[in-house]
Every structure is written in structure tokens, then in C-alpha cells.
Design a binder for this molecule. Structure first.
Ligand SMILES: Cc1cc2nc3c(=O)[nH]c(=O)nc-3n(C[C@H](O)[C@H](O)[C@H](O)COP(=O)(O)OP(=O)(O)OC[C@H]3O[C@@H](n4cnc5c(N)ncnc54)[C@H](O)[C@@H]3O)c2cc1C
Ligand SMILES: *[C@@H]1O[C@H](CO)[C@@H](O)[C@H](O)[C@H]1NC(C)=O
Ligand SMILES: *[C@@H]1O[C@H](CO)[C@@H](O)[C@H](O)[C@H]1NC(C)=O
Length: 412
């Protein structure tokens, strides 16, 4: 039944849609089948809850979860005791075990963080200290000659080696999470968008309609439904804040302001992969710097850069994000990359894909932490909101899911 809804007649106002749509009771609804929503759906289903995942895309992971670096982060850069630090370190350990148990392709290839100028040596030192506070105690300094013997194409004055950083096939990982969730009884409704909701003492009612483009103008009552859920987990990624603003009865003061920062990738074409480990410069504002990522086949990509988008977070609700990559941005990549890879030939970068970071801090603010809001934060027992789940959300996904389950079980 979930698969057959058609788009709501555009002429109808949402109040008419509320009046016409049939109601259906469900225990727990997860909004969004990105890697985080999938991990939460699996964890809730494994704890015996009846779970329905509502996803506007035609399948899982069509958002940020398939537009990232696919790096399993060690947990190096985040402020001590932040959710990013705690959930990255915990999530990384769980993720490696999960990959081993479920045969998800992954590789602990390690990463090299490079100082390319003597003035950056102290930054390298600071990174090591920060990592230590987060429990990442395996970083080792490498001299320029040690670096040269492992990565002859890499130019630096000094480097840090992180052996527990790795890469993962995130598509296979998400497929396994969905299969696990279904095995424990979870149901998935794809092509289905939550338009708005209504928070009451019994739970949350949500108006859901088909996001599949329709050729016929069906009646609204045939293609929309009101889900009456005991528990809702808002894991809508880039749309999480705008969705929260559309929940009547949920105080807008708890919805943080959102910002969006696009990150573009360029692939290296026409030459053999010059590196066999991940290579990162010293982080820049808003991102980790244009770094070298490798996929499991050894292909090299550079990115992502940081491009702040001028979007009003409310206006983006029914609007598609623009993921196109302007090939002119390559001009900025060449000099950045040549700081650590001087031999990069002209014309070797080809525009690849982009992802957009859901941010809770603007370009001039200090970086924000993940926000995972439950009853203790906003007073509503039926709702958990996940805001600002940018990097390292993929690495942290299993730990985020555990945290959400604990919050719901213990009424936090
Ligand atoms: C450029 C970039 C590089 C990154 N690199 C890494 C990395 O190397 N390692 C790492 O650990 N992390 C990385 N991340 C972070 C990681 O990709 C994200 O944290 C993670 O994918 C977030 O998953 P999610 O499920 O929260 O969001 P999403 O994947 O965006 O999923 C949200 C889903 O909700 C759906 N949805 C939205 N609104 C509605 C609605 N109203 N009704 C129904 N469905 C809805 C969307 O269609 C979408 O599928 C990177 C992020 C970016 C942008
Ligand atoms: C979702 O919609 C697309 C068309 O937009 C269609 O091809 C696909 O089969 C639909 N998927 C499901 C699960 O209904
Ligand atoms: C929302 O909930 C309130 C309180 O339960 C109710 O009075 C109102 O009719 C509901 N609105 C919709 C659109 O369902």
C-alpha cells in the first residue's frame, strides 16, 4: 500500500488534505532512510519496536549518505566530550565490527595528515593533543623521510599517521542496515514524504504523501495518509530543521538555525593513483580541507571544498538541493592540492559529485556539535530530532542509533 500513493493534487491546501486522508496507527516512525535513519530503524526494530521508515526518495541513501568521502574517521578533530568526538570514537569501533560480521567491504588503510610548511607544525601538534583527549591514542608523527618512503609523491615537512582511519563501501553498509531492520520487522515506505505534523499528548500525527511524480490527478484521499505515531524520529538530514518547524505544537525555539555548505569532489583522471593512503591537509574552516580520498578500488578523488550556500532554511522544504559541480571550481583545487602533491599535472582534475553539509553554525561561528534532542531537551516524549548530522555522521551512525534508543527507552 505504501508504494501506490500518488502525488497530492497541487490545488489542495494541506488543511483539506488533513480532512480527507485516512488515518493509520503506528508505533514508531523514522523519517529519512539515510545512513543515520537506517541505523536507528535497525536498532529500534531489534529492541522489539514496530518501525516504519518514511523516505521521500525512491530508495535508501539518496541524500548526503551517498554524497560523502566514505571515510571511517578515527575521531581526531572534535572538541573533547562533544557528541561528535564521543559518537565518532564509539561509532568507529562498532562500525568496524559490524563490517567484519556482515562482510561489508571496508579497509583500514590509514591516513596521513600533512604539514606542508614549518608554520603548520604546531597545528599538527595540537591535532595530536586533541585526538588524545578523545581517546584516539594511536597517532604517530612521521618525518618527511618516513613519509617519502611510504608515499613518494607526497610533499610535506612533517606528518601525523592515523592507523585507525579507514574507508567503507557505504552503499553495501546501508543495504545491510535495511536488511537487518526488515529482518526484525521494520517496514519501509519509499517515495513517501512527510509534509507536516501535529504534536499532541498521545503522540504525533503526520501527513504523508507520495513524492512520486504523478501523471494523473488523483483525489487527495487516495494518495495521502495520516500516520498516528507513538514515537517519531526526525532523521531527515538536510530537511530535519525545516520538518521540525512544520510540526504544529512543537515550539520553534527548539529548532536551531540551519546553514548549508556544499562540498565538491574532483576525480583524478589519466594517471595511475599516486597515493595508497588517505592524505589530509591541516583542516580549514567549515571542513577538513581538500583531501585525498580513495575508494575501495584505489581510485583517487580530491575534495570536498567548502561553499556556503545562501539558502533560507524554511524555503528549502519543498525545494531540491543543487548538487551540480561547477568545473570552474577546479581552479581553486589545483593550488590547494599542489601544496602536498606538487606533481599534479594540469588538466588532470575532472568534476565529480558533490554533497551538502547540514550545518548549525555559519561561516563566522565556531563549529557546532551534533544536536540529538529528546524529551529532556524539549519536553515532548514522542519526538527525537537529529539536527546538524554532518561529518562524522557516517562513522558515528551506529553510536547515534544506540544513543537515540537509550534516550527513548529511558525517557530522556
Ligand atoms: C561532503 C561530505 C563529506 C562527508 N564525508 C564523510 C566521511 O568521510 N565520513 C563520515 O563519517 N561522514 C561524512 N559525512 C557526513 C555523512 O555523510 C552524514 O553525516 C550522513 O550521511 C548523514 O546521514 P543522515 O541519514 O542523517 O542524512 P541523509 O543521508 O541526508 O538522509 C536523510 C534522508 O531523509 C529524507 N527526507 C528528508 N525530508 C524528508 C521528509 N519530509 N519525508 C521523508 N523523507 C525525508 C531524505 O530524502 C534523505 O534520504 C560527509 C558529509 C558531506 C556533506
Ligand atoms: C518510486 O518512484 C519511482 C519513480 O519516480 C519508481 O520508478 C519506483 O518504482 C518507485 N519505487 C517504489 C518503491 O515505489
Ligand atoms: C492537532 O491536534 C490538536 C490537538 O489534539 C487538534 O485539536 C487539531 O485538530 C489537530 N490538527 C490537525 C490538523 O490534525
Amino acid at each position: 500500500m505504501w508504494r501506490t500513493w500518488r502525488c497530492l493534487g497541487r490545488g489542495l491546501h494541506t488543511c483539506d488534505k488533513w480532512a480527507h486522508a485516512p488515518k493509520e496507527k503506528v508505533d514508531c516512525v523514522v523519517v529519512g532512510a539515510g545512513v543515520v535513519g537506517l541505523a536507528i530503524a535497525r536498532a529500534m526494530a531489534m529492541r522489539g519496536r514496530e518501525v516504519l521508515v518514511v523516505e521521500s526518495g525512491p530508495t535508501f541513501g539518496t541524500g548526503t549518505s551517498s554524497r560523502n568521502s566514505e571515510v571511517i574517521h578515527a575521531g581526531i578533530y572534535y572538541p573533547a566530550n562533544s557528541l561528535k568526538a564521543l559518537l565518532c570514537v564509539e561509532g568507529r569501533k562498532s562500525l568496524y565490527s559490524y563490517c567484519e560480521e556482515h562482510n561489508v567491504p571496508h579497509k583500514r588503510i590509514g591516513k596521513i595528515i600533512v604539514a606542508t610548511h614549518p608554520s603548520q607544525m604546531s597545528a599538527l601538534e595540537a591535532i595530536r593533543e586533541k585526538a588524545h583527549k578523545n581517546g584516539v591514542t594511536d597517532l604517530r608523527f612521521m618525518s618527511d623521510t618516513q613519509v617519502f618512503s611510504t608515499e613518494p609523491n607526497l610533499n610535506c615537512v612533517k606528518a601525523l599517521w592515523s592507523p585507525s582511519t579507514g574507508i567503507i563501501d557505504s552503499h553495501t553498509y546501508m543495504m545491510c542496515l535495511q536488511a537487518d531492520a526488515e529482518l526484525h520487522g521494520a517496514t519501509f515506505a519509499f517515495n513517501s514524504s512527510v509534509l507536516e505534523g501535529n504534536v499532541s499528548s498521545e503522540g504525533i500525527e503526520m501527513l504523508v504523501c507520495s513524492s512520486e511524480p504523478s501523471t494523473v490527478h488523483d483525489q487527495a484521499d487516495e494518495n495521502s495518509i495520516i500516520l498516528c505515531a507513538k514515537t517519531v524520529i526526525n532523521s531527515a538530514g538536510l530537511h530535519a530543521t525545516s520538518l521540525a518547524r512544520r510540526l504544529r505544537g512543537f515550539p520553534a525555539t527548539f529548532v536551531p538555525k540551519s546553514y548549508f555548505a556544499r562540498g565538491c569532489y574532483f576525480s583524478l583522471v589519466g594517471l595511475k593513483p599516486p597515493f595508497s593512503h588517505l592524505v589530509y591537509p591541516i583542516p580549514e574552516k567549515g571542513g577538513l580541507g581538500v583531501h585525498v580520498t580513495l575508494d575501495l578500488s584505489g581510485q583517487i578523488r580530491f575534495g570536498p571544498d567548502v561553499e556556503w550556500l545562501d539558502l533560507d532554511s524554511d524555503a528549502i522544504y519543498e525545494h531540491e538541493f543543487d548538487f551540480s559541480v561547477d568545473s570552474k571550481r577546479a581552479e581553486k583545487f589545483y593550488p590547494e592540492i599542489r601544496k602536498y602533491y606538487p606533481a599534479l599535472p594540469d588538466g588532470s582534475l575532472k568534476a565529480d559529485y558533490s554533497g551538502i553539509r547540514p550545518k548549525l553554525a555559519g561561516p563566522l561561528d565556531p563549529p557546532a556539535d551534533f544536536v540529538i534532542q529528546g524529551q529532556r531537551d524539549h519536553g515532548i516524549s514522542s519526538l527525537v530530532n537529529l539536527f546538524g548530522i554532518e561529518s562524522p555522521g557516517l562513522t558515528a551512525s551506529l553510536a547515534i542509533a544506540d544513543r537515540v534508543c537509550t534516550m527513548l527507552c529511558e525517557g530522556k
